[in-house]
Write a protein that binds this ligand. Structure first.
Ligand code: LIP
Length: 322
């Protein structure tokens, strides 16, 4: 795929994200076409109130897919709501649009501003184009593999000059507890506790922890350079496909998030992210500064290792294998 073809895909995704912006805002403020509470109607998927869907999610996904299908009839499509309804995601090497119409639906229903539209394109199963649009914050993040990432046209990362964190003790981390409030919550909470506990109490001594409520918002903080590390288990390809391009193109790094806690000691390396595997670690851009103990890339790997060595691996079925 040429650089110009990828630019064309990005232009389409940006135009579509902007097109659905007004419906997103109407839904968020319950006005216009979503003024009527009955039209809005929140449902918990499979009876789980924390994993909810609204009329806005379904409307936006329908609009995005019908436009994309008419422009790219030979491409494949994976969307949060369609997949939840049909029960499976078609994962092939073909160009595949991966869409979350409202990422952070729980935030959305509570009028919490960290919520947005996520449109990613994967080719050969690798994300190459990403658009994350947070309409309430008026933030449009874009990225193309090999061509950089931007927030409202300004190159990422935004925050600078960035410091060099050499351990989790200097990191703000973003994470989510996820919407499956099942028995795996014990493992998630034990992992977070272990991360936060001071070193003298046997923990990793993480400096601070934040929950934005949506993977796209978490990852936009990493791409901006606001937060240093991000870890989540149990999310889906539509939560991270677009944002992973935006993070890596900001100079950040993404890895598989399977934890190593409790496994036999040994030399381990963070593995590349597989967006369908539902486990992620992201680390923000770290500059190469004179006198620091390693290159920016080496320090990103070091932080990912430190994190993975104290979190547990929580089993979840990869996307496409339901
Ligand atoms: C959400 C993700 C979040 C995760 C939630 C849910 P949704 O997406 O952004 O990271 O913790 O369980 O998957 O369902 O709001 O689009």
């Amino acid at each position: 795929m040429s650089a110009d073809e990828l630019k064309g895909f990005l232009a389409t995704a940006v135009a579509l994200a902007k097109e659905v912006g007004p419906a997103f805002k109407d839904g968020f403020w319950r006005k216009g076409q979503f003024a009527n509470a009955d039209d809005f109607a929140v449902e918990g998927k499979k009876g789980n109130a924390a994993d909810c869907v609204t009329a806005v999610d379904c409307h936006i996904e329908r609009v995005l897919f019908s436009r994309l299908r008419s422009i790219y009839p030979h491409h494949k499509f994976v969307g949060e709501e369609t997949t939840a309804e049909c029960g499976d995601a078609a994962i092939t090497d073909d160009p595949t649009w991966i869409v979350d119409p409202v990422d952070g639906t729980n935030n959305f229903v509570h009028h919490h501003h960290f919520t947005g539209v996520s449109i990613g394109l994967a080719i050969d199963k690798q994300p190459v184009v990403g658009v994350v649009y947070l309409p309430i914050l008026d933030e449009l993040y874009t990225g193309i593999r090999g061509q950089g990432s931007f927030l409202n046209g300004q190159r990422l990362p935004l925050v600078g000059p960035l410091t060099t964190p050499t351990s989790l003790a200097q990191c703000m981390m973003v994470s989510e507890h996820g919407s499956s409030h099942d028995e795996t919550m014990h493992s998630r909470m034990r992992s977070l506790t272990r991360l936060l506990l001071a070193k003298e109490h046997g923990g990793a001594g993480l400096e601070s922890l934040r929950f934005a409520g949506a993977a796209t918002s978490d990852m936009s903080l990493i791409a901006k350079g606001v937060a240093e590390v991000h870890w989540e288990i149990g999310l889906h390809a539509w939560d991270i496909a677009a944002a992973s391009v935006i993070v890596t193109e900001s100079g950040g790094a993404v890895f598989d998030g399977s934890g190593w806690w409790g496994l036999p000691e040994g030399e381990r390396e963070p593995q590349p992210l597989n967006i369908w595997n539902r486990k992620i670690v992201s680390v923000r851009y770290i500059p190469d500064l004179p006198g620091q103990p390693g290159s920016g890339r080496e320090l990103q790997i070091q932080l990912a290792k430190e994190l993975l060595s104290v979190v547990e691996d929580i089993p979840c079925t990869p996307d496409g294998l339901h």
